[in-house]
Design a protein around this ligand. Sequence first.
Ligand SMILES: [Zn+2]
Length: 127
Amino acid sequence: MACAKYGCLKCKYEEVKRGNREEYVEVLVCPKCHGALVDQYRTAKYIGGIDYVAGKNINALLIIELDNETAVPKVFYKGEQVKHLRDVDFEWNTETDVVMGKLNIDIENVDTSGDKPVIKRTGVSKC
Ligand SMILES: [Zn+2]
C-alpha cells in the first residue's frame, strides 16, 4: 500500500490517495475544477523548477551526468532524457569569462520509436 499527496495546479485543492504501487499515476483530474491534480513531489515537472524526486532542475537546457570514466552518460536536453546515445559533444568557451564565446551542443542518438531505428541529431550551435 502506497500513499501520495496530490495538489491541483489550478485551484489548490489537495487530496491524499492510497493504493497499490502499480496503480500510481503522477497526474489525476481535479474533482473540483478538472485541472491537473499532481503528486506534490512531481509538481515542479509541470510548473518548472526543481524535480525533488529526480533532484534535477528540469528547466535546465542541458544536464550531462557521468558516474565514472567508463560509464554511459545520462543526458537530459530541454528536460527530456535522450536515450540510446551514440555521440555526445559539448563545447563552451569564451575569451572574457563573462560573455559567451561559443556554445556547441551536439547529441546523436538512435530513435527506436518507429518501425526502424533512425539516427537522430539534437542540439544547438551559437558563436
Ligand atoms: Zn482544481
